[in-house]
Ligand binder design. Sequence first.
Ligand code: PEP
Ligand code: MN
Length: 338
Amino acid sequence: MIIVMSPGATEQQIEAVVKKIKEYGCEANISRGVERTLIGAIGDERQINQELIDSLSGVEQSMHIVKPYKIVTREWHKENTVVDIGGVPVGGKTVQVIAGPCSVETQPQMDAAARAVKVAGCRLMRGGAFKPRSSPYAFQGTGIEGLEMFRRAADEQGLPIVTELMDVRMLDTFLEWNVDAIQIGTRNMQNFDLLKEVGRVNKPVILKRGMSATISEWLMAAEYIAAGGNHNIIFCERGIRTFETAYRNVLDVTAIAVLKKETHLPVIVDPSHAGGKAWMVPALSRAAIAAGADGLLVEMHPTPCEAWCDADQALTPEELIDLMGELGGIAKVIGRDI
Ligand code: PEP
Ligand code: MN
C-alpha cells in the first residue's frame, strides 16, 4: 500500500502512520519529496484497513497495490482455467453456446427446445425454473416441477443444464435434480450469503454481472464463491444499466477484454438480456466472440411469440442455427472453433 501524506504533514503525523502500519505487521518505507512524503507499507497489505489509514490526520490518500481478490486473479494463476459443465469444457479453444428458453414452461415446450438446441449444434442448455421478475404478479416460474421437465427434456438429448438459483433453500433440490451449472442472476450478484453457499458445493457457477456492478465488485463477488472452495466459476456479462433507453441494457464489450486480463476464469456473454430484442442478438453475439468471450448464453424458444417470459428477445430455432453458422466463421478467424 502507498500512503500519500498531505503537503506540510508533520513528523508526528508521519510517525503515527508508520506506527499504524507496523501494528498491521508491515514495514514502512518513507520517501520524502520536496512537497510530499510517501509512505510505502511493505508486507501483507491486505491486512491493512484502508479506511482507518485514510482517517489518520495528515493522510491525503492511500492506495492498495495488491488486488483485493486472490483466487480469481490472473496474478497468481497465469493459465486459462477450463470449467467443466457436465463434460463440456468452457474456457478452452472451443466457444460454447448455452441456448434455451428464458423460462421452463411445459414439457412439450422443453422437449422442442432441447431438440432445437441439439440440432443447432449447441452442447449446453439453459432455462429458468425460478424466475426473478420485477413484478410479484408476473409469472414466477414453474419451480421444482420446472426442474423436472428441464431435466427430462435435456437428458433425452444428452445436454447438461444451466438454471438460476435464487433462494439458498433450493440448493439441495438443485443438487438432487443434478443441475449441471448453477446460474446466479444479476439481481443476486451481491447476495453474499447465496454466494457463500454455492461456494461450498462442487458445481460450476455462472455468475452474472450485477446491473450496475463495477468490474471490481464483480470480481469480489466471484472471490466469495472461490473462498468457499468452489473455483468452478464462469463470469457472464449481460449488459449494464446506463442512461440509454433504446435497448434493454448496454452490452459492455470492454468488460470481456478487461476480465480476460484480470482473471483466469472463463467469461461468457448473454446477448439476449443485453439487447432485449431478438434482432440485436446476432450482432452482439458476433461482437462478443470477436472480443474474446469463451461462450454465450442465448435465449431461444420453439415459438417465441408464445413465450411466457422475454418473448421479444428469444431467437427461433432457425435463427439459432443461422447464428451458430455465423459464429463459426468468427471463431475460425481468431483461432477458435465452436
Ligand atoms: C436470465 O438469464 O433468465 C435472467 C433473468 O438474466 P439476468 O439475471 O441477467 O437478468
Ligand atoms: Mn430472460
